[in-house]
Ligand binder design. Structure first.
Ligand code: GMT
Length: 377
């Protein structure tokens, strides 16, 4: 198949999933065209069957905001027509689903039909999408997509709760590529980070409010009082400044390291003992799955789709959002006994294996085939 993939090219989860999906499909012989405003972060090397089309929203003195949506729609029309695409798969509803609908209508006027699959990722529904400034367009464009997928049961149910959706939503979960995400020997990292054999706690995110990174620090503070430990904060984003201040206030700057954005996250996860994800909202929690693939148990909130990934009492523990007492208690329970830690590590890996890309890619292929066979225009 010739598939156009539209996504945000940044480090955010939806862009990562879209890129990994495209790379995986290309390896299986499909021709993949990424259409976005920048090279996707995980698209780093030449690969046969992969094409990249950059969208440039021309600026003009009249525009306060360059019209990206119009530029993207025009690019989609061009790429679908000249690369003879069979299907467009857009990731993150805003604005991609609406833009794809516009491109579809333009192409239809020229006699070309292109089916559109929209994948809902999380904040496009839970935080941003249901905001009044976007919701009518989000609901309309989900209903007008030929196929709609969501990354968890929880996100699917939230979509039906928040919007008047007539379309059937298929759940295809996030996935993991074990060629990349697996525990590797990085003892020299461990020695540098925790020279006295301290336990290593890790958090990875884009440091937005929804991630509640301050809770990670409060949990760590409580763990540190009981167990010699270090905390690695990986990623960057709007909350970072406040978080650095918090570390200074509680006097734990020497124990907490801000590492910024990292490309080889799997190498750092390989030396971690525990991953902390206290999010207020999380449709799936891809970062937790990546940690589990590297044999790291999870201390998390029970928000959204996290319980579909982190199994309470097996792969880690779930607590109510903001309950840092409970999160710290569970963290200590896992970290204070090496046998318990080893058991949780084993379970985390076994659970991650259920989301192996080799099981999920065929689900997308089957879904595309179904959409191509049934789309009505
Ligand atoms: O908020 C983020 O972490 C980024 C966001 C995105 O859409 O780029 O991530 C969402 O999509 C990921 C991939 O499907 C999910 O694993 C994340 O749980 C989800 N984030 C939220 O729901 C907050």
């Amino acid at each position: 198949m010739k598939i156009g993939i539209v996504c945000y090219p940044t480090y955010g989860g939806s862009g990562v999933v879209a890129t990994e999906l495209g790379l995986g499909l290309a390896k299986r012989g499909h021709q993949i065209h990424f259409i976005t405003y920048g090279r996707p972060a995980r698209l780093q090397h030449f690969q046969e069957n992969i094409f990249y089309h950059e969208v440039n929203a021309e600026d003009y003195p009249l525009f306060e905001y360059p019209p990206y949506d119009t530029a993207l729609a025009s690019k989609l029309v061009d790429v679908v027509k000249y690369e003879k695409l069979d299907l467009l798969h857009v990731h993150y509803a805003i604005p991609h689903a609406a833009v794809a609908y516009m491109a579809k209508k333009i192409l239809l006027a020229e006699g070309k039909y292109i089916p559109v699959v929209t994948t809902l990722h999380g904040t496009d529904i839970t935080l941003v999408g249901n905001n009044k400034s976007f919701s009518p367009v989000v609901a309309f464009s989900i209903n007008k997509s030929d196929g709609v997928t969501a990354v968890s049961e929880s996100l699917k149910n939230q979509t039906y709760d928040y919007f008047d959706i007539k379309n059937e939503i298929k759940v295809i979960p996030n996935f993991i590529d074990f060629d990349r995400f697996r525990k590797v020997n990085k003892d020299h990292f461990k020695k540098a980070i925790a020279p006295n054999g301290e336990k290593i706690l890790v958090h990875v995110s884009n440091f937005r409010k929804v991630k509640r990174v301050e809770d990670v620090i409060y949990v760590f503070e409580k763990v540190f009082r009981k167990i010699p430990s270090k905390l690695l904060l990986i990623g960057d984003g709007p909350e970072r400044r406040k978080l650095e201040d918090l570390c200074r206030q509680i006097g734990l700057c020497d124990e907490i390291r801000f590492l910024g954005k990292q490309d080889a996250v799997e190498e750092l996860l390989s030396v971690a003992d525990l991953f902390v994800m206290p999010s207020a909202n999380e449709s799936f929690g891809l970062a937790a799955l990546e940690a589990m693939a590297c044999e790291v148990p999870i201390i998390s909130s029970n928000a959204g789709g996290i319980p579909e990934v982190n199994i309470h009492g097996k792969t880690g523990f779930l607590s109510d959002i903001g309950d840092v007492e409970s999160m710290a208690k569970y963290a200590i329970q896992i970290l204070e006994d090496d046998k318990v830690l080893a058991e949780f590590r084993k379970n985390a890996l076994a659970q991650a294996e259920k989301f192996d890309i080799k099981y999920i890619l065929p689900q997308y292929e089957k879904y595309y085939e179904h959409i191509l066979a049934t789309a009505v225009y």
